[in-house]
Design a protein around this ligand. Structure first.
Ligand SMILES: NC(=O)c1ccc[n+]([C@@H]2O[C@H](COP(=O)([O-])OP(=O)(O)OC[C@H]3O[C@@H](n4cnc5c(N)ncnc54)[C@H](OP(=O)(O)O)[C@@H]3O)[C@@H](O)[C@H]2O)c1
Length: 436
């Protein structure tokens, strides 16, 4: 393509899964980074985000704008759909006026100007961006028709003028923080943007525990992720009480370890039984860290629409089978879940196939948090690489066992564990083992 030169092509693992990253230099000398999910060059309309660089919002978490939230929301939408493209425009900082001018405009805003008048006071253009280069890069990756993730009508107009068919506009509505509410209102009132909604920032985190020893060597075998199985037991060996309650087994330190384990892995997985019983959110909240992909094994899509895993946080992917009703697939997809159909097994979802799919979508390390049936299936299929068990100072008597029948009749057939690591907290003892 004239004026567009590809500089690098590589796989970029992100918290939203793997993307193919392609860097392009355009005739003006600016660099555009295309993050591509799935096959986008084969024709058809592609879910696309053209994202203007915003160092403060994207990288530093600034609350003066909604750029970082939009960036992550767009990547999430693309990851959920399994096909799409995010084009990151490095020359578009501050609507094209550059970082320092943008910061100077912030100073003017602190003196009372809105985001539009601040630029005028400084003698800067209100919006200096041009969309011809972005269109040229889209053509270079063989994308000519898009569903554009944007709130900004100027982007739609600019891309259309440069020959890209914008088939549909998909708004990226985020929750307003009280610090950027007036900025978002100005964009709506004076730039014609769509009404923003909102999303509050996470609670203040604490110091994370070092869980590298517990996790072991983290080397994935061929064709599937490295599987870390973890659960919490009472001192008398129960995973839950007789009525299925397991929510408050562990002390606060062990819960922080659990969150640090999640933050270290590409994805965290449970069976639908745990979703129905405990309704976990499976995010990283107790330590600073990134929440991983969330995976549910659910062969007939019993997952309720109210499940907290469908809360709009990290991507949730449900692994199901052709035994699930099409209406349930649509129901969960409409709530933002990714659905992948894999072969069935007597236990539900065929685990080797499911793990193969996870590896294909870029999951190299998988933390499995139960419950009992999933633990039993994974151990029975010899698909566990590392086992991490927290034992709590509680006795509950009759209750649910962590591991069911594995068909082991003789001790010579047992699953042996080695390479132990131990972590002792005030309330719990956590042991980790390689599983042979
Ligand atoms: N203490 C802890 O650390 C901890 C952690 C998690 C859960 N729990 C407790 O465990 C209990 C839930 O355990 P659970 O056994 O009922 O639920 P589970 O293991 O979370 O989910 C089991 C369900 O997952 C689906 N599934 C799909 N493929 C499967 C496969 N290959 N193998 C196994 N299951 C598969 C099946 O439903 P379909 O046939 O419909 O697909 C199956 O009934 C709750 O009481 C919960 O509190 C404790």
């Amino acid at each position: 393509m004239d004026g567009v030169r590809e500089l690098a092509r590589l796989v970029l693992p992100t918290q939203f899964g793997e993307f193919q990253a392609r860097a392009f230099e355009v005739s003006s000398g600016l660099v555009y980074l295309a993050l591509i999910k799935g096959d986008v060059g084969g024709g058809g309309t592609v879910l696309t985000r053209l994202h203007s660089e915003c160092l403060t919002g994207d990288a530093l978490g600034s609350l003066r704008c909604d750029c970082g939230v939009q960036l992550r929301l767009a990547l999430r939408r693309i990851a959920t759909e399994g096909r799409g493209l995010l084009l990151y425009a490095t020359g578009h900082e501050g609507r094209g006026v550059g970082l320092v001018n943008k910061l100077l405009a912030y100073v003017e805003q602190d003196r009372g100007a809105d985001t539009l008048d601040a630029n005028r006071r400084l003698g800067l253009p209100v919006d200096a961006r041009n969309y011809d280069d972005a269109a040229a890069v889209l053509h270079a990756v063989c994308v000519g028709s898009v569903r554009l993730l944007t709130n900004n009508p100027a982007k739609v107009k600019g891309l259309r003028a440069a020959g890209i068919a914008v088939e549909r506009i998909e708004p990226l509505q985020t929750a307003a923080h009280h610090r950027n509410l007036s900025y978002l209102r100005t964009k709506q009132r004076r730039f014609g943007h769509v009404e923003p909604l909102g999303h509050l920032p996470d609670a203040a985190p604490s110091t994370p525990p070092d869980v590298t020893g517990l996790l072991g060597k983290l080397e994935p075998p061929a064709g599937r992720p490295y599987v870390v199985l973890t659960y919490a037991l009472t001192l008398d060996g129960r995973i839950a009480t007789a009525v299925g309650d397991s929510m408050r087994f562990s002390g606060q330190e062990q819960r922080c370890v659990s969150h640090a384990l999640r933050a270290a892995c590409d994805a965290v997985m449970v069976g639908v039984g745990t979703v129905l019983r405990d309704d976990p959110q499976l995010i990283v909240g107790l330590v600073p860290g990134i929440s991983p992909l969330r995976i549910v094994l659910d062969s007939t899509l019993r997952m309720p629409s109210t499940a907290r895993m469908l809360d709009g946080g990290p991507v949730t992917v449900v692994l199901t089978t052709d035994r699930a009703a099409e209406s349930d697939r649509e129901r969960l997809q409409a709530l933002g879940a990714g659905i992948r159909v894999v072969p069935a097994s007597p236990a539900g979802v065929d685990l080797p196939a499911a793990l193969g799919v996870l590896r294909e979508i870029g999951v190299r390390t998988l933390l499995v948090e139960g419950g009992a049936r999933v633990i039993t299936s994974l151990l029975g299929d010899r698909l566990v690489d590392r086992l991490i068990v927290g034992t709590s100072a509680k006795i509950v008597g009759a209750g649910a066992e962590a591991v069911g029948d594995l068909g082991i009749a003789r001790l010579t057939q047992d699953i042996s564990l080695h390479n132990r690591c131990m972590h002792v907290t005030a309330d719990d003892v956590i042991t980790a083992w390689d599983v042979a």
